[in-house]
Design a protein around this ligand. Structure first.
Ligand code: ZN
Length: 303
């Protein structure tokens, strides 16, 4: 069907339920998510939350019909004050999270309410160039990031939506841990015809309710299982309704940091602050907050 092997990680697979008014996308991440989350020494609950934002930006951004970028952000009054993930239509994704380690909850399974607290979720569509950005906002749902995003899709796109996201850490045979993640979004669209040209006789409302109920049954272990590929998972969920997969789209880790960009940031600092930033090496070090790459500058070259 396609040149890409759909059983591999780091792919998005768009799909339709055949002849039914339901479309969706599934994304499964391995090395890309591991790279993003391992770039920083994040506590497990914080890494999981950032992973959920990364999956959300991919699920939202992969529906763009033009070259552009989707930015998912959340801010709150809890121990995690801010997070952001952006996805560009070439499949590049990155993420960053700001938190106060001392205030993190000690529960084994923290929820959104005790991580981000009360706050807002925002999704920005940036078409690039001089075109206007669009931003929609939703209130954080205490239960989960996925629930918040689901509500956002429902309200802003006015499309009934169901979303499942899971992030997990797996240990390989060498004892190394790796992050994996999976997400599945379905949306109800205008009524469709099946490939055979037959109109569906089943009520669209019933079709949607059934599809949504199936999404609710997905286990976190299924979404992150490296042995269960996306097409098999979709078949397991929707085989009774008939599922048609489209060309997979690869995802990669991408950061836009460059020496020039970080130098521009530094040049906005007053010279007294720049003096304070000089390290023992005599250089000023800047660490990209997204990818944790370190850039060194000669103070004499700034200012
Ligand atoms: Zn970077």
């Amino acid at each position: 069907m396609s040149e890409l092997d759909s059983t591999k990680d780091d792919l998005i697979i768009p799909f339709h339920l055949d002849g039914k008014p339901v479309r969706g996308r599934i994304v499964r991440l391995g090395p890309v998510l591991d790279d993003i989350l391992q770039a920083h020494d994040l506590p497990i609950a914080v890494a999981q939350l950032l992973g959920e934002a990364v999956i959300t930006s991919i699920l939202a951004g992969s529906s763009l019909k033009f070259d552009g970028r989707v930015i998912v952000q959340a801010s709150g009054d809890g121990p995690v004050s801010f997070l952001v993930s952006d996805y560009t239509s070439d499949g590049g994704v990155r993420g960053y999270i700001r938190y106060d380690e001392d205030k993190l909850p000690t529960d084994k399974q923290p929820n959104l309410a005790n991580l981000l607290g009360k706050g807002q979720f925002a999704l920005t569509i940036d078409p690039g160039k001089a075109e206007h950005r669009y931003q929609g906002i939703a209130t954080l749902e205490p239960s989960s990031f996925a629930k918040t995003a689901e509500t956002y899709f429902q309200q802003s796109e006015q499309l009934p939506s169901a979303l499942a996201i899971a992030i997990a850490r797996h240990t390989d045979k060498h004892g190394q841990t790796h992050w994996r993640g999976g997400g599945l979004l379905i949306q109800r669209i205008a009524n469709a015809k099946s490939d055979e040209g037959d109109f569906e006789t089943e009520q669209p409302e019933d079709i949607w309710d059934t599809a949504r109920a199936f999404v609710a049954t997905i286990g976190a272990d299924e979404l992150t299982d490296p042995m269960l590929d996306s097409e098999r998972l979709l078949y397991r969920l929707f085989h009774e309704q008939g599922v048609r997969c489209f060309e997979p789209m690869p995802v990669h880790k991408r950061c836009t940091c460059t020496p020039t960009r970080l130098r521009d940031v530094l040049q906005n600092f007053p010279s007294s602050e720049l003096q304070d930033m000089i390290a023992e090496s005599g250089q000023i070090e800047m660490i990209c907050e997204y990818c944790a790459k370190t850039f060194c500058f000669d103070p004499a070259s700034l200012g």
